[in-house]
Design a protein around this ligand. Structure first.
Ligand code: NAD
Length: 453
């Protein structure tokens, strides 16, 4: 395939880039190309989102994103459209950033990928390259995307068009900040096409870029990273549950084990959330299924992590029982709904699961999350301010370790209570050490048995 137009278009910035799916990954990707002075056509099926973007508004909480959006619009470097045909017929490079969730029965849902690929295939022309940044399994490019593109276009891979996998490895909340730091991985349908896309990404980022031999290998890299984390978190979650029963403090164990040169600490908690970790293992599980292979460890790790919200509920129940109370009708302050610290993001959040279970069990809950002040999420109402949330509380449950929760004024909370009962504190992220808390608290954590301070 002749790649001279691609290379000259990179040098002259005349290359036109389309980005399909303008969400948490697609919008930052589009704007990193406009930052490098490329013209970008941003495509999405959500008309309301497109109107917001044209008005320089975005729901994505990503420092620096709005500035890039304003710059791109003011310099006429970006257009937002739902007209796929316009985008496909006017661009050289098409980047797919649509969602790839897993369904309730844990099967990857590639409908958005199929939809975009079919539309691209219908109008694909000589010399174009399709890049997939969405998270997909190692076989999806080979068995789904390429066949759809070839059948719909009647063009031939690597002769008339190219395909590349550049799975997104960004850390939400730091995507812009880390854009020039996080190493990119690229796998092209041919060595030459991969090299051209490495050159393209080098023109927009100072980060290292590694070229892998195939698109599937690039996807396997992305999934391996996340499955590695999921399995290791499951391991420490499992050990934490066991150590709690054995009366051993998991935080102390991790501190000790971390002194060994080849130990990588992972931390237990109320479950694993976010857009990637709870979903990515199922892409591999589906590929394994096609090969009649059962990836036991990956499957069990998912199950262990999925059980952690229920385990956290058990911890809360046990700690309340210890002071002669039950969840029903008890005033419980819930701290944090985001799936991880210091971000405004509740995708597949275990904190939401625990909060909902407490509500179902008729606790009187007050929720505080500084990233969602006064908002209502999945029928959970978050307080407007932190002022009243600890008033007369019987139990504090820390679910997300936002930095704002690292210095809770327990003495003040205890002094402002009329209640004679000890205050129960369930620290599901093991942020605190009971030794450092004031007297009058019944403390427990994940993998840490109940202690009276
Ligand atoms: N969010 C993350 O932190 C993260 C990190 C790494 C990888 N990823 C992966 O990136 C991909 C995109 O995720 P996201 O978080 O940006 O999703 P998102 O839900 O934030 O955004 C997806 C966008 O795609 C649009 N869309 C849906 N179907 C479409 C279609 N058929 N055609 C065009 N647009 C369509 C939606 O309207 C939405 O605006 C997923 O595969 C995800 O797994 C996400």
């Amino acid at each position: 395939m002749d790649l001279s137009t691609i290379y000259s278009g990179i040098n002259s910035r005349e290359l036109i880039i389309s980005v399909f799916g303008l969400g948490r990954i697609g919008l930052p990707t589009a704007l990193m190309f406009t930052r490098a002075k490329y013209h970008v056509i941003g495509v999405d099926i959500d008309e309301a989102l497109l109107i917001d973007l044209r008005n320089k508004n975005t729901f994505i909480d990503e420092p620096g994103l709005v500035d890039l959006l304003e710059d791109a619009i003011e310099n006429n470097l970006i257009e937002f459209t739902s007209d796929f045909s316009h985008a496909i017929t006017h661009s050289n490079i098409m980047i797919i950033c649509v969602p790839t969730p897993v369904s309730e029965n844990k099967v990857p849902d590639y409908r958005a990928i199929k939809d975009v690929t079919q539309k691209i295939g219908n109008q694909l022309f000589q010399g174009q390259i399709v890049i997939c940044e969405s998270s997909i399994s190692p076989t999806t490019i080979r068995d789904l995307i390429i066949p759809i593109l070839e059948e719909n276009s009647r063009l031939q891979l690597n002769v008339n068009f190219g395909v590349c996998s550049c799975p997104e490895r960004a850390d939400p909340g730091k995507i812009i900040a880390n854009f020039d730091k996080v190493t990119r991985i690229v796998g092209g349908s041919s060595q030459e096409i991969g090299e051209a896309i490495v050159t393209l990404y080098k023109s927009i980022t100072n980060a290292d870029i590694i070229q892998l031999s195939t698109p599937g290998t690039a996807n396997a890299v992305k999934l391996t990273e996340n499955i590695f984390r999921d399995v290791n978190i499951a391991l420490i979650n499992e050990l934490a549950v066991l150590y709690e029963k054995l009366g051993i403090d998991v935080k102390e164990v991790i501190r000790g084990a971390s002194t060994k040169y080849n130990f990588q600490p992972h931390y237990p908690g109320p479950g694993v959330g976010g857009p990637c970790l709870p979903a990515n293992p199922y892409y591999i599980i589906q590929d394994a299924d096609k090969m009649d292979y059962i990836p036991f460890l990956i499957r069990v790790a998912r199950e262990v992590n999925d059980r952690m919200p229920a385990y956290t509920l058990d911890l809360i129940t046990d700690a309340l029982n210890y002071v002669g109370k039950s969840i029903k009708d008890t005033k419980i302050t819930v701290l944090g709904l985001s799936y991880k610290a210091n971000v405004r993001d509740i995708q597949i959040s275990p904190s939401i699961k625990v909060a909902k279970m407490l509500k179902e069990k008729n606790a009187i809950i007050t929720i505080w999350d500084p990233y969602y002040m006064g908002e209502s999420l999945e029928e959970l109402q978050i307080a407007e301010t932190s002022q009243e949330v600890f008033k007369e509380t019987d139990c504090i449950v820390l679910l997300t370790d936002h930095k704002e929760f690292k210095d809770i004024h327990f003495e003040e909370i205890l002094n402002n209570r009329d209640n004679e009962n000890p205050l129960v504190f369930v620290d599901s992220r093991n942020v605190y050490d009971p030794e450092n808390l004031p007297k009058g608290i019944v403390y427990c954590g994940v993998g840490r048995k109940i202690k009276e301070t």
